[in-house]
Design a protein around this ligand. Structure first.
Ligand code: ATP
Length: 262
């Protein structure tokens, strides 16, 4: 998917990020010294089994779970790990797509309200057809603006989730299991949409999934996470075709056939 753009600063760069949870007298090192970089027009997939630390890594980058050490840069600019007024503004460069975006929507809100909330919050003009433009960007008709989440299909809800993530005009999309809850045919449509947005908007995508069958289509590079660490990374074809680590080979061996091939 990589655009033929001159290499500059990565849009997203994390160095030596670590996150530790202390619960009930037990320390869990969920993310251990993770470094990664994603450039404009590029998809980096982070794969790993459940509990390997993928979601914690995403949450740390988003400032939802502060890391205890490491550095984070967005578009070359250092972002404080702790959430501050300034880091909140800096993190507007990030958009987040969750596994089941619909579950996060207020069931009483219309699609228009779901989209207008972040538009207003980010200082945009919610009255000027911005929500309709967002729907258009994700391949949905403005006719859905009056619908409630339960009146949408799973695929439509995920498209609205992506539209909401785009509301702040982010440069980086962090997709955490963004297609894992969808039927195979709908997965393919959403992967195509993400590929399309990547090219049209010049985004960088960090695509987190336990499901290796979806990464061969979208990912330029793959980082394999195991017990909080990145144990192997490289171009997608190299990691998928000639994995170096036994862990990666086991992970790949347990994967179903790819949804789409790149
Ligand atoms: N808030 C928390 N408090 C304590 N431990 C946590 C917390 N969140 C995650 N963990 C632990 O951190 C480790 C990594 O979890 P994480 O959810 O990041 O993994 P994951 O790869 O995203 O898995 P999954 O896909 O199942 O969510 C696990 O051992 C998990 O139990």
């Amino acid at each position: 998917m990589t655009l033929a753009l001159a290499r500059s600063e990565p849009l997203l760069q994390a160095d030596d990020l670590s996150v530790t949870f202390a619960t009930a007298g037990r320390r869990v090192e969920a993310v251990r010294g993770v470094s990664l970089a994603v450039h404009r027009g590029e998809v980096l997939a982070v794969i790993g089994e459940s509990g390997s630390g993928k979601s914690t890594l995403a949450r740390a980058i988003l400032g939802l779970t502060p890391p205890h050490s490491g550095t984070l840069r967005l578009d070359g600019e250092r972002v404080p790990l702790a959430v501050t007024a300034r880091s909140r503004v800096q993190r507007r460069k990030l958009g987040m797509v969750f596994q089941d975006s619909g579950a996060a929507f207020n069931p009483r809100f219309s699609v228009a309200r779901i989209l207008n909330e972040p538009i207003r919050l980010l200082g945009g003009d919610a009255g000027k057809g911005a929500a309709e433009e967002l729907l258009d960007a994700v391949g949905l008709s403005g006719a859905l603006l009056g619908r409630r989440p339960h009146e949408l299909s799973g695929g439509q809800r995920q498209r609205v989730g992506i539209a909401r993530a785009l509301a702040g005009n982010p440069e980086v999309l962090i997709c955490d299991e963004a297609v894992s809850a969808l039927d195979l045919s709908v997965q393919a449509q959403i992967l195509n949409l993400l590929a399309d947005l990547l090219l049209r908007r010049g985004l960088a995508i960090l695509f987190i999934t336990h499901d290796i069958s979806v990464v061969s289509y979208l990912a330029d590079r793959i980082a394999v996470m195991h017990q909080g660490k990145i144990v192997e990374s490289g171009p997608a074809s190299a990691v998928l075709d000639t994995p170096r680590m036994a862990y990666t080979r086991t992970l790949l061996a347990s994967a179903p056939e790819p949804v789409l091939r790149g």
